[in-house]
Design a protein. Structure first.
Length: 91
C-alpha cells in the first residue's frame, strides 16, 4: 500500500475516533421511572437543552444503568432523600 494512502487512512481513523468521543450521549426522551429505582439512585446528572442535547432531563444512575427522567422527578428524589434521612435519624 502506498505510504500516502496509509497515512491518509490513519488520519481519518484518528479524526473519526476523536470526534466520536466528543459527541455527548444525550437522553432523547424521558420515561416514567419506577419508585423502586428512584429509591436507590446512586447519582443524578442534569441534562439541559441549552447545551448539546435537545431536551431537559435528569439522568439517573442505578446499578450501572442510566435512566432518563423528566426534570420534575427531582422533587420526588428530594422528598425520598428527606424521608430516608429522617428514618435513619430515628433508628
Amino acid at each position: 500500500m502506498d505510504l500516502r494512502v496509509l497515512l491518509l487512512l490513519l488520519t481519518f481513523t484518528f479524526t473519526f475516533t476523536c470526534i466520536q468521543g466528543a459527541v455527548p450521549k444525550c437522553c432523547v426522551q424521558t420515561s416514567r421511572i419506577p419508585l423502586s429505582i428512584l429509591q436507590e439512585v446512586e447519582k443524578v446528572e442534569v441534562q439541559s437543552r441549552h447545551g448539546a442535547c435537545e431536551i431537559d432531563a435528569l439522568v439517573l444512575h442505578h446499578n450501572g444503568k442510566k435512566y432518563c427522567a423528566k426534570p420534575r422527578a427531582k422533587k420526588v428524589l428530594e422528598t425520598l432523600r428527606h424521608i430516608k434521612l429522617g428514618t435513619q435519624h430515628m433508628a
